[in-house]
Design a protein around this ligand. Structure first.
Ligand code: NAD
Length: 275
């Protein structure tokens, strides 16, 4: 049975650390959370982020806008938040409703307040290995690996999923840690061939049961980023946990793995933005 990479416990200790840092600051950091429309999953994420801020002593302010607020009003709000000295971090909850130009909105956020690290300037800096903010999910994965003394150096890391927010920065960060990195995606032929090569397998797709026991090399470290809902409403990842935990050396659970780490990294980025 694999060792569980307990993101929930590690995130709790990071939140505690962040709280200590916040307590030592003259003014608490401010995080503006912008949500457009009423996507139920986004609402849950925003509520959780607000709870995390409360736990750390970060002042979070929610800007809940109707779905039809329109791009120009949204851009005007971002401009106002960019100028505000009480706001150190700005987060626009994704996905935005249909019709919004996501890139235009994200690029309007000041790179100095871009706590999600989605702005092109921050994305480019990650590419160069010279960064301040890191995107929360891949940063959380690296933090978890570090905590369990799993060093990617010289290992073959296979990342399944090539999105801008998870897969691509994940691959880049593993490369900076001197791993040999393979990136797979929806057009990859024979996914299992690639995943079976992995010493460290990171899956960020959003498909229940995508990674089965026979797709994992014995002794591999398996990190499941996926978040899915089963028909009964319960949460699960992309990895068949029962089968894969019999084969892997280490595995993240869902829930309780990468999710809490992502949230903790946002708190860390917000404090960094305020310093
Ligand atoms: P996305 O939809 O932007 O990207 C999905 C990726 O999966 C794409 O690269 C696509 O090519 C690939 N893919 C789709 N089907 C595939 C298949 N059959 N085989 C191989 N690759 C396939 O999604 P995203 O935003 O990167 O998120 C991925 C998953 O991670 C989702 O379940 C999301 O909810 C979850 N997520 C979790 C956290 C967290 O904190 N745990 C954070 C962000 C995203």
């Amino acid at each position: 049975m694999a060792i569980i990479l307990d993101g929930k416990a590690l995130a709790k200790s990071i939140v505690k650390e962040v709280k200590t840092q916040v307590n030592a600051m003259a003014e608490p950091p401010g995080l503006a959370v912008v949500i457009v429309g009423d996507n139920p999953a986004s609402r849950v994420y925003v509520n959780n982020k607000k709870k995390d801020c409360q736990a750390c002593g970060i002042v979070s302010t929610e800007y809940a806008l109707p779905e039809d607020v329109g791009e120009s009003k949204l851009l005007a709000l971002i401009d106002e938040l960019n100028q505000s000295k009480d706001v150190h971090g700005i987060l626009v909850q994704l996905p935005l409703p249909e019709g919004y130009d996501v890139q235009k909105i994200i690029q309007a956020i000041s790179p100095l307040k871009d706590v999600d690290a989605f702005h092109m300037l921050n994305v480019g800096r990650i590419f160069n290995g010279d960064y301040s903010f890191l995107p929360c999910t891949p940063a959380g994965v690296i933090e978890l690996l570090d905590y369990y003394n799993i060093d990617p150096k010289g290992k073959h890391c296979v990342v399944v999923g090539h999105s801008n927010i998870v897969g691509k920065p994940m691959a880049m960060m593993l490369l900076h840690r001197h791993a040999t990195v393979t990136v797979c995606h929806i057009h990859t032929a024979d996914l299992g061939f690639h995943t079976r090569q992995a010493d460290i397998l990171v899956c960020a797709v959003g498909k229940i049961g995508l990674i089965t026991g026979d797709m994992v090399k014995p002794g591999a470290v398996v990190v499941d980023v996926g978040i899915n809902r089963r028909d009964d409403g319960s949460m699960c990842g992309d990895v068949d946990f029962e089968a894969v935990s019999q084969v892997a050396s280490h595995i993240t659970p869902v829930p309780g793995g990468v999710g809490p780490m992502t949230r903790a990294m946002l708190m860390r980025n917000t404090v960094m933005a305020a310093n």
